[in-house]
Design a protein around this ligand. Structure first.
Ligand SMILES: NC(=O)NC(NC(N)=O)C(=O)[O-]
Ligand SMILES: [Zn+2]
Ligand SMILES: [Zn+2]
Length: 434
């Protein structure tokens, strides 16, 4: 990935007319996409390479085809729609790298219908709108439906963007197993992707990346702003923590004789919560999943495995929280004669977004007469993977009550359209150059 400047507009500041933009049926296409993976909780569950994920990507490819965007998959299952540029070749004779917009198509379990999907749908409709009203751009514009960001199925996140930027290869992840012991290699092959497929390798150079996404928090709603301009994206560390004890009879084993892995894990979980509260905002630490073996009510647990997710806008704060947490876990394990093991399966650093593009988004909001707020993202995003490789920026729209990763996730249609208009203007600026 080469760092290349983003196209700078040389035109006047007169706002670009956006004819009939209000007729773009963004909500309808979001509702349509959410039917793929609609779950019993009223939300969306689309996990990497599962049936709902495959159906959604195939259906999106068909939509892109209908809209003249030449759909193309890569070997990871990332799906591109392309609006070909007609500009002059650069001095080196190489075509300018494409400006890409998009987000992720996968979800968490029982997630909402906007997280990731909004950026994909808005990108498809933005390219269709630009082609319809302004013809071919000078510079190629693409929308990408990234195959995986959440890390919901396999203990690994950002597979789509990491395979594109070359940070991760299939060899690095093919051994990973989901909760049904299906390997990554089996899943990618079953979905029809991977090195044996007919698709081209995922690695690809972008000229710039723009991600439109719901905020997933309550800052914009509370402050009354329409657009969030993302300054930085938090860093994260994710672990699996294993506590080992000794299975025993729940009725005949005195409390003081027990090596109770689940009781130990419970104390550890309370300890890490206390460490995070003592550290103060914006540090967050979350235990979202726990399993116990043998997981039977009348047996003292022999083993407990729980997840741990630590985030902050500064790397040193993440590192300090983990060190304090590990110290507390080790103390608890020693006190209760338990085994302790851990595996780190995600570590992404905090990263600032591209300053030039931030300024362009702010200018665009002014053209649209939309109030905006410069803010960090507490959620992780593919943009933090792309930023070291190409100029990258994010645009947020408000989430009602700040709810996300929940079937109740909601963003009003008017807010969705505000973000869409800013995205269209930005893509016009970079693709058509005026
Ligand atoms: N937009 C997201 O919800 N991202 C999520 N996924 C990752 N990988 O960070 C998260 O947990 O913040
Ligand atoms: Zn998410
Ligand atoms: Zn997301």
């Amino acid at each position: 990935m080469t760092e290349s400047g983003v196209y700078r507009s040389s035109g006047t500041n007169a706002p670009l007319p956006l004819p009939n933009v209000e007729q773009v049926e963004l909500q309808a296409m979001l509702d349509w996409l959410s039917t793929y993976g609609a779950d019993a909780q009223g939300g969306v569950t689309r996990l990497l390479y599962d049936a709902a994920w495959c159906e959604a990507q195939v259906a999106l490819a068909a939509k892109m085809q209908e809209k003249g965007l030449s759909p193309e998959f890569d070997q990871s299952g990332n799906l591109y729609g392309t609006l070909k540029g007609e500009g002059e070749e650069s001095a080196t004779g190489a075509e300018e790298l494409p400006v890409v917009t998009g987000s992720h198509i996968d979800s968490v379990v029982y997630g909402g219908k906007y997280d990731g999907a909004y950026g994909v749908v808005a990108g498809v409709l933005a390219l269709e709108y630009l082609q319809k009203h302004f013809g071919a751009p000078k510079r190629t514009l693409q929308v990408v439906s990234l195959c995986e960001e959440e890390g919901s199925r396999f203990p690994f996140a950002y597979w789509g963007s990491r395979s594109i930027t070359g940070i991760t290869s299939l060899e690095d992840v093919e051994h990973l197993k989901d909760q049904d012991s299906v390997t990554f290699a089996q899943a990618i092959s079953h979905a029809g992707f991977g090195p044996d497929s007919a698709y081209r390798p995922a690695a690809k150079n972008y000229g710039a990346f723009i991600e439109l996404h719901i905020e997933q928090g309550q800052v914009l709603e509370r402050l009354g702003h329409s657009i969030g301009v993302v300054s930085d994206i938090v860093g994260q560390k994710r672990f699996s923590i294993t506590v080992s004890g000794e299975a025993n009879h729940a009725g005949t084993t005195p409390m003081s004789w027990r090596k109770d892995a689940l009781a130990g894990a419970a104390e550890m979980i309370a300890a890490v919560r206390g460490i995070a509260l003592d550290a103060g905002e914006p540090l967050v630490a979350t235990v979202g999943r726990i399993t116990a073996d043998p997981g039977v009510g009348n047996v003292v647990a022999a083993r407990a495995v729980f997840s741990l997710d630590i985030r902050h806008i500064r790397q040193e704060s993440i590192d300090r929280c983990w060190q304090d947490t590990l110290h507390a876990f080790s103390r608890i394990a020693a006190e209760q004669q338990l085994g302790l093991d851990w595996e780190e399966h995600l570590s992404v650093t905090p990263i600032p977004m591209n300053a030039e593009m931030i300024s362009d988004i702010q200018d665009t909001c002014q053209q649209e007469q939309l109030s905006y707020w410069l803010m960090p993202s507490g959620a992780g995003h593919d943009s933090q993977i792309f930023q070291p490789a190409c100029p990258t920026a994010m645009i947020f729209v408000p989430s009602q009550d700040g709810i996300s990763h929940n079937p109740l996730e909601y963003t009003a249609e008017a807010d969705l359209m505000h973000g869409f208009r800013v995205l269209v203007r930005l893509l016009y600026k970079y693709g058509y150059g005026s």
